[in-house]
Design a protein. Structure first.
Length: 176
């Protein structure tokens, strides 16, 4: 279950939208999204760590973050930045190519019969909006199809986001 502070909505058939307000400036929240040392401290669900965090934050630049489970299983998140507007917005792809086969198989098991079993990247937009010194973070994930969006939701990705954002909030409290 997501925390009370994280709101998850499905406004269209292919989007998942997550909102959270942080008691920190947009500049600081943006920095936590673009500084690899900071990102490694909060990315991923509770009890996961980030063993690798490489980021080239510019249009066309790539990122690779490897989340490690408490059991030692690696879950790489990789993609490419499409748009970077400092302190305002990041748009990037999120590919599934390097995830463990069993994770991919589980995701495919949530797709309806007849749905394409290919898993194209989703496009993520993270926006950082000033609200009287606080930051409204909006993360919009756009998927190729409703079936893929629904399969991702069934796998608990909204809860993973909520846990990550809980960790981000803790980090922001420490560094602000």
């Amino acid at each position: 279950m997501t925390t009370m502070m994280t709101k998850v909505r499905m406004l269209t058939d292919t989007e998942m939208i997550i909102n959270r307000v942080f008691d920190a400036s947009p500049e600081l929240v943006y920095k936590a999204w673009t500084d690899p040392a900071l990102m490694a401290r909060w990315w991923g669900p509770q009890e996961f760590t980030s063993s690798v965090c490489k980021m080239d934050v510019r249009p066309g630049g790539a990122y690779r973050i490897v989340m490690r489970s408490p059991e030692g299983k690696d879950y790489p998140t990789v993609g490419t930045y499409q748009e970077v507007v400092e302190n305002e917005r990041l748009i990037f792809s999120d590919t599934f190519d390097e995830l463990p086969q069993e994770w991919l198989d589980e995701l495919r098991s949530h797709l309806p019969p007849g749905a394409s079993k290919s898993i194209p990247p989703d496009i993520v937009t993270a926006s950082f909006e000033d609200q009287d010194g606080k930051t409204l973070l909006t993360v919009t994930s756009r998927f190729e199809s409703k079936a893929l969006r629904d399969a991702i939701v069934q796998m608990g990705v909204a809860e993973v986001w909520a846990q990550s954002l809980d960790k981000l909030e803790e980090l922001l409290a420490m560094i602000s």
